[in-house]
Design a protein around this ligand. Structure first.
Ligand code: ADP
Ligand code: ADP
Length: 231
């Protein structure tokens, strides 16, 4: 469902050019739990944000659900991000003066929230274990609870793909375990395709897809080598 074909990304900084991605080829099936791993600065976030059409590759094609993200207009990319992608960030990115349920409803605010959407938001928060915290504000919640709100927000519009950038980077390891447990249970319930950037391989299961990047290239070619997929 996701096909990356010979993707390159170069950044110019001053007189220097940094090749963040150097000819990435990969395929991610629908419903897959995929990890992008590799050292700091290897291009993980760059690849993730290309999948979300946050930025375009300098060269190459990216197909998601049959659409070529590279050929899309800016307007079409905005629609794609809004309708098909759920983002989860390291630092949660919740709005402090909104309640948990209001934060989950953020994706719907521009067009007005329906009763069904409100019910979906409450149900999702209950699923992530926050059924008794619907009206708490972020500052009244722990870091792990805030990330659970952010997960519910990413999923409420039933996205095709959820992209997560170091979702447990600011959490202790026990809370991190809980977050991955929740991500897996939601993925199984909704058959969402999940792509997660992490440098913590502890959370990878044997049947997950592992895309290992080093210096802008996938280790072992398309979808990594079998050796790189071992936990
Ligand atoms: P992390 O991967 O730790 O989350 P970032 O993705 O923000 O950190 O940045 C990774 C690297 O990219 C850092 O070395 C940072 O200095 C560099 N970087 C990020 N944004 C820019 C930018 N706009 N210009 C130059 N370098 C950048
Ligand atoms: P990772 O997520 O693996 O830490 P990144 O994708 O953030 O790596 O960065 C890959 C490379 O691209 C790094 O050398 C980084 O410094 C560079 N880079 C990332 N974003 C920018 C940017 N906006 N401008 C210039 N260089 C960048």
């Amino acid at each position: 469902m996701i096909d990356v074909v010979n993707a390159w990304k170069s950044y110019k900084s001053g007189t220097r050019t940094v090749d963040a991605l150097r000819g990435i080829h990969c395929h991610i099936d629908r419903g897959r739990f995929a990890f992008i791993v590799g050292p700091s600065g290897s291009g993980k976030s760059t690849l993730l944000y290309m999948l979300g059409a946050v930025d375009r590759p300098t060269q190459g094609e990216i197909f998601v659900d049959g659409e070529n993200l590279v050929a899309m207009s800016e307007a079409a990319q905005n629609v794609y991000r809004r309708e098909k992608i759920g983002f989860i960030f390291q630092s949660f990115n919740l709005i402090n003066n909104l309640t948990a349920v209001e934060n989950v409803l953020i994706p719907f605010l521009p067009r007005g929230v329906t009763a069904q959407q409100r019910a979906d938001a409450a149900e999702l928060l209950t699923r992530v274990g926050l059924g008794d915290r619907l009206d708490h504000r972020p500052y009244q919640l722990s870091g792990g609870e805030q990330q659970r709100v952010a997960i519910a927000r990413a999923l409420v519009k039933k996205p095709l793909v959820v992209l997560a950038d170091e979702p447990t980077g600011e959490l202790d390891s026990k809370t991190g375990d809980e977050i991955y447990k929740i991500l897996r249970s939601l993925q199984e319930a909704y058959h969402t395709t999940l792509v997660v950037v992490t440098h913590d391989r502890r959370f990878i299961n044997p049947h997950d897809l592992v895309l290992e990047i080093q210096d802008g290239q996938l280790v072992g070619g398309p979808n990594g080598s079998p050796a790189s997929s071992e936990v």
